[in-house]
Design a protein around this ligand. Sequence first.
Ligand SMILES: [Zn+2]
Length: 175
Amino acid sequence: MATIFTHPIVPVAAAYLIGRDKIPTRLLVAAGMVSIIPDFDVIGLQYGISYGDQFGHRGFTHSIFFALMMAIIASLSNSYLQASKNICFWMVFIGCCSHGVLDAFTDGGRGIAFFWPITAERYFFPWQPIEVSPIGLSRFLTPRGLDVLISEFWIVWIPAGILMILGKRMSSNPN
Ligand SMILES: [Zn+2]
């Protein structure tokens, strides 16, 4: 995993690029939540599901298929989320799918089961600049946890911040 602080940055940056005025706060919160939901699969580790199992960590919840399911649920809940079906679909899809994408840039753990249920094979990107976050708060609150945050700051936060500023400029300056 990347950390719980970093995954929601992707849908937030997307919201500013799409135009913050088109994305109700309720939808933005939902997209932020689904960017974290895939890591709830670590609960399975406590119930004897092994990390490498298709239902283990970075398994089916990190797949494109799972993100599609979340996006369909969001588009069907569009009146609650106060936006069009289309916007709900894409915001939640980006939020959820970006989770596995960020994880595939991390330098540890197993790869990501992007193409589940077609294949349970795990994938990483060839470039893995993000330090993998330790599982569990006690292991996170160590110098290693700080290293993780620093790597995420440079690789995710700074580019996302630049995209947000660009998005804001584009929406405030339509010409
Ligand atoms: Zn993850």
